[in-house]
Design a protein around this ligand. Structure first.
Ligand code: TRP
Ligand code: ZN
Length: 901
């Protein structure tokens, strides 16, 4: 159901505790896809004299209300829910209502996917199942009875433990589940249908036996082992790293093909998008395998960070999400280090990938109309605040505690956090207090990371005293107001507490011991500076005297989510790329070199100058490519050019067509100049034996496939044949899909045939069909006045394909989002054809699924950053959407904020 009322802004400062506690919830479901009747029996207790009980409810049919067994007359029903007056101090409230699962296309609340029932309650979906105090600070124990036709719904699942099952009349059966842990309503879940599972029993650290299950549709059972293995790894890791054990006797993962996001941490019954569960060598890529491990870990880790300790209100979302992303990042890094190269770069590869996302997606968000602090102060629709800022920047904030306090100090803070708050709904301030108190540190200023938005820019100035061997480093920080902060009355911003990790590198390429002025002796070779002022000076002494200053390696391992504005020369960057002991900064030096060269090419394209290859860059790339002391995974990261979206952000005024031409020119140049080296890497990084998705072999495939991508840019038949051969011969999806991608994007003669072949092979596997759509949404098109094939035409044609549907979010994302957000050069076609398509699809999706529509709506967030004809056309498209007579609150907030920025 769409809401068309004027938007209401919810403010953090308006938080008040609930007027009633609900201590226990008993739910009975008579499951029927057309109309499911829910009987909810609540044990309540008044916490505030005189106040009515205001229950939220949406898209519900109310069938009856009674208190302590007597029908209640004194209530009021409206759009948003139910207001009950004159309730006793405590008692039992029973509400009977009905909802329509099959008609529910929002995928929030109770819905049907491929004939089975699923729920999604975070953030506010429980109110679409029954009337309730649907807010995270109301925690209750739940007992759930599921009744359904046995033939159609043989499996009935809910949170906690199965305590009873029985046959009923008329071919129906029931199951009763009880969850002993008090939880907020957003963690409630049920699943019912024709599902099968693999299961495994494990013994936890303290010797208790647990049952683990992964539930899927029967045809997918052969794709569940990796998810199960990932779950077991996650359980072990949380015991070892944080001393946290699984608390329930049974832990279930269920996969569903229609899902708005990645997965959901419902207590004991995690529900996953199939994309993050199903994998085998033939159908899933190395990236899919890694993502599954990471998402399975993420949801499992929520059991402590989110479920046992939850959020007081939705403004505190990063309390659980930032912390849990940090935990899943550390988990993945540790797993990669276990299986990856032993040169120490395996963890850095994970860090590089995370930072790439942060810069490509979060930095733009933090500079655009939706900019908000990690702990937002207001929202219109909470679903719009499941953002990269709350998740990924939130994880950076948690990481900074660890950087400041050390691993042991961080662990002490975590222990105190659980000691104080287990079973509670708390705030980001509570987390900060636990970290501060456990370590005897004052983190008041650090707290600004929660309240101020924007990406700070750090300036660096060095002064070398050759006679004394002293290096004076002056750091400055700046973070102008962004997004909602620009509204009048917002306080001035204050400096952040930035943990600034740095090293100094001597002439021989080795790290120098670091001694600050005033210290008795030199310490480690990497120092975390507490950078807290707008401008601050640090003086390093006792360095080797001489004319050449040591070279600073700045912000090692990306120790804070900031932009470091520094003027390295090409020689210095080349030196850092070759010698920095911090692998992240080696990568960073290469990216800085490439970014600089690319931005220069972009300027040349814009000025109509002849394009020339940058020889320093080619030399640097050749050294990395041929340096076999570096792991293949690391080399692949270092040889990947900065993305077009990243380059757009780095320009004052973004010009997607020029960026694309410049980047293509460089790719083709690198391909041709280094052809024999690429071929060498292609051959030497072949893997042998049966497919295994471990980090080391995945790294080899990544480098090999990167090389293939460059080689087809050479544009000759031999290289096309190489890709064609790999496509045909591949025994795994990683290699097959990489070859297909190379063929499609190089306009190889065999591209259409390969696409057709791929579809035919995999048409019965929805997740692979998604890949096929997505590849075509992102495919390169010809740009310029003689443009032959525009990607928009392909995309529009594919919308008519029998396998396409807007109703399935994965499918919509595969085609539409990949074009609108993953193909900047084509999406931003000068004629505005991309924006027209965007407006049409936002409106079409909004009528089906507002959450998904609002995500797509964000593709035009940065409209003001673009060159003129584009900017006007984007505004026109935004206005067209804003003017629609029916809009969800979700989409209205996004386009409203974009237009008023
Ligand atoms: N809490 C979930 C996670 O991060 C994500 C989530 C939030 C979600 N809202 C959702 C998933 C709505 C699906 C639908 O793990
Ligand atoms: Zn999460």
């Amino acid at each position: 159901m769409l809401r068309t009322d004027t938007p209401v802004t919810v403010h953090r400062k308006d938080y008040t505790p609930p007027a009633f506690a609900i201590e226990h919830v008993d739910l009975v479901f008579e499951l029927d896809p057309q109309r499911t009747v829910v009987t909810s029996t609540l044990r309540f207790a008044r916490r505030q004299a005189g106040a009515p009980l205001v229950l939220a409810g949406e898209a519900l049919e109310l069938l009856g209300v009674s208190v302590d067994g007597q029908p209640l007359a004194d209530y009021r029903q409206d759009d948003g829910g139910l207001t009950l007056n004159g309730l006793p101090e405590q008692g039992t409230l029973q509400i009977v209502s009905a909802c329509q699962p099959e008609a529910n296309t929002t995928l929030s609340g109770l819905y049907v996917s491929n004939g089975n029932f699923f729920t999604q309650c975070e953030a506010e979906g429980f109110r679409r199942i029954t009337y309730f105090l649907d807010r995270p600070d109301v925690m209750a124990t739940y007992r759930v009875t599921l009744r359904a036709d046995k033939a159609a719904y043989p499996v009935l699942l809910s949170n906690g433990n199965l305590i009873g099952e029985q046959e009923l009349d008329g071919g129906r059966h029931e199951a009763v589940w009880e969850d002993p842990f008090p939880k907020p309503s957003y963690l409630f879940a049920i699943v019912a249908g024709k599902l099968q599972c693999i299961e495994q029993r494990i013994t936890t650290g303290s010797g208790k036996e647990k049952l683990l299950q992964v539930w899927v549709e029967p045809q997918d059972l052969d794709k569940t082992q990796h998810a199960m293995d990932s779950l077991i790894h996650a359980i072990r890791w949380d015991e070892q790293r944080f001393g946290l054990e699984l608390d329930l006797d049974r832990f279930m993962i269920v996969a569903v093909g229609d899902f708005n996001m990645g997965a959901m941490e419902n207590k004991g019954l995690n529900i996953f998008n199939t994309k993050y569960v199903l994998a085998n060598a033939a159908t899933a890529t190395d990236t899919d395998f890694f993502n599954i491990e990471s998402v399975v870990g993420h949801e499992y880790f929520h059991n402590w960070t989110g479920n046992r300790v939850t959020c007081r209100d939705w403004f505190q979302l990063s309390l659980k999400e930032g912390l849990t992303v940090f935990r899943d990042q550390e988990f993945s890094a540790d797993m990669m280090a276990q299986q990856g190269a032993d040169d120490g770069s395996a963890r850095a590869v994970k860090r590089i990938e995370d930072v790439r996302v942060l810069r490509q997606v979060q930095f733009p968000e933090d500079a655009g109309p939706m900019a908000h602090p990690v702990r937002p102060d207001s929202y219109e629709e909470i679903n719009n605040f499941y953002t990269v800022t709350v998740y990924e920047k939130g994880a950076e904030v948690v990481r900074m505690y660890q950087t400041l306090l050390g691993r042991d100090g961080f662990r002490k803070g975590m222990d105190l956090y659980f000691q104080r708050h287990d079973g509670q709904a708390v705030t980001c301030d509570d987390f900060l207090a636990a970290m501060a108190d456990a370590n005897g540190r004052d983190l008041t200023q650090f707290g600004r990371w929660y309240s101020q938005a924007g990406t700070p820019v750090v300036g660096v100035h060095t002064d070398w005293d050759a006679d004394q061997g002293r290096l004076t480093l002056t750091l400055t920080q700046q973070c102008p107001k962004v997004g909602i902060e620009t509204q009048p009355g917002t306080p001035e911003k204050q400096p952040f507490h930035i943990p600034f990790a740095l090293g100094l590198i001597g002439e021989d390429g080795k790290d120098l011991p670091l001694q600050l002025d005033g210290e008795a002796a030199a310490g480690d070779t990497t120092r975390v500076l507490n950078f807290t002022e707008a401008r601050q000076t640090f003086r390093f002494v006792n360095l080797p005297k001489g004319p050449r200053a040591p070279l600073p390696s700045l912000l090692r391992n990306f120790s804070a989510p900031v932009i470091v504005d520094v003027d390295y020369s090409d020689d210095e960057l080349t030196f850092l790329l070759a010698h920095d002991s911090d692998p992240f900064n080696r990568w960073e030096a290469g990216q800085r070199l490439a970014t600089r060269a690319l931005l220069k090419l972009v300027a040349d394209v814009q000025a109509g100058r002849e394009l020339e290859l940058d020889h320093a860059l080619i030399g640097a790339f050749r050294s990395v490519l041929t340096d076999t002391s570096l792991s293949p995974a690391f080399r692949e990261q270092a040889l990947m050019l900065p993305a077009e979206a990243y380059l757009a952000e780095r320009m004052g005024v973004a010009d997607p067509a020029a960026i694309h031409r410049a980047r293509q020119f460089m790719r083709a140049g690198l391909a041709r100049t280094l052809q024999s080296d690429w071929l060498g890497a292609y051959e030497t990084s072949a893997t042998t034996g049966p497919y295994r998705p471990d980090a080391e072999s995945a790294g080899k495939r990544a480098l090999r496939n990167l090389a293939l991508g460059y080689l087809v840019e050479v544009g000759d038949d031999a290289m096309y044949a190489l890709a064609g051969e790999q496509y045909q011969q591949a025994d795994n999806m990683t290699d097959r899909f990489a070859a297909l991608t190379a063929l499609v994007n190089s306009f190889a003669p065999g591209r259409e045939a390969a696409l057709a072949d791929f579809y035919q092979r995999f048409e019965h596997d929805p997740l692979v069909v998604d890949k096929w759509f997505s590849l075509q949404g992102m495919q390169r098109g010809e740009v310029g006045p003689h443009a032959g094939k525009r990607t928009i035409d392909t995309v529009r044609a594919l919308m008519q394909h029998p396998a396409f549907t807007l109703r399935n979010p994965n499918r919509a994302r595969a085609l539409i989002f990949s074009f609108c957000s993953g193909n900047p050069a084509q999406f931003h076609a000068e004629d505005g054809s991309g924006y027209e398509f965007w407006a049409e699809q936002v409106l079409a999706l909004d009528a089906i699924n507002p959450q998904v529509a609002a995500r797509l709506a964000r593709a035009l967030d940065r409209w003001q950053k673009y060159t003129l004809p584009l900017r006007d056309r984007m505004r026109a498209a935004l206005e067209r959407v804003a003017a629609a007579d029916k809009l969800s609150r979700d989409v209205r907030e996004i386009v409203g904020k974009a237009l008023s920025a």
